[in-house]
Design a protein around this ligand. Sequence first.
Ligand SMILES: C[S@@+](CC[C@H](N)C(=O)[O-])C[C@H]1O[C@@H](n2cnc3c(N)ncnc32)[C@H](O)[C@@H]1O
Length: 184
Amino acid sequence: MEYLEHQITECKKTKVDELIERMKSIDFHLHQETADKLQLNLQERLVSIQNIWNAVKLKIGDPKTALDVGAGFAYGTVFLDMNGIKTVGIKNVHAKNTQAFKLFRKLGVTINKVNKVDFSKSPAIFETDFNEMQGNEVADLITMFYLSGELVMNPKTLQVCEKLLKKDGRCMFSTEANRSTIKK
Ligand SMILES: C[S@@+](CC[C@H](N)C(=O)[O-])C[C@H]1O[C@@H](n2cnc3c(N)ncnc32)[C@H](O)[C@@H]1O
C-alpha cells in the first residue's frame, strides 16, 4: 500500500489583500492636480506599497510606531497600521486628506483626524507641513512612499527626520524622482 503525503499550504489572505479586493469593488474617483498620476489608482498604488514593503521589511526591524510622511491619499498610513505599526500620516494638502477620509470610510476603515502626533489614534492623519514639525525622538520609523520632489529637494527634510526619529529609528524612502534629482 502506498501512502501519499500531502503538504497543505495555507494561503492566508492578509488584511491588506482583503482591502485590495474591496478596492476593486467600489466606485470612487479621486481628484487631484498631480504629477504623480498613479496615486489616483487605488489598487495599483496599494499593491506597489506592498511590494516596496516586502522588499525592505527585513531591514527595518520591528517598529512599533511610524510617521508616514507625504501621506497622499493615506495608502501607506493604512498599510502600516494593518501591519501592526501604529501610524500617523503627515500631509499638508487639505483637499487630499478630505478625500482620503471618505475613500477609506467607504472601504470600511476609519482614519482619525489628529492635530498632534498621537499613535493611539492609528491610523490617523495630521494635516501639517512635515518640515515645520516640532518634537524629538517621536517615532521608530519614518516612511515616505513615492515621496515628493518637493520633500527630496528640501535640505530641511532630513534634519527633521533625524530630530523626529527615536534612537536606532529607521527611515524608508521610495521615490520615482530620477537619480540625478536625488543626487542633487
Ligand atoms: C507623490 S505624493 C505620494 C503620496 C503617497 N505617499 C503615496 O504613496 O501615494 C507626495 C505627497 O507628499 C506631500 N508633501 C509634499 N511636501 C510636503 C510637506 N512639506 N509636508 C507634508 N506633505 C508634503 C504632497 O502633498 C504629496 O501628496
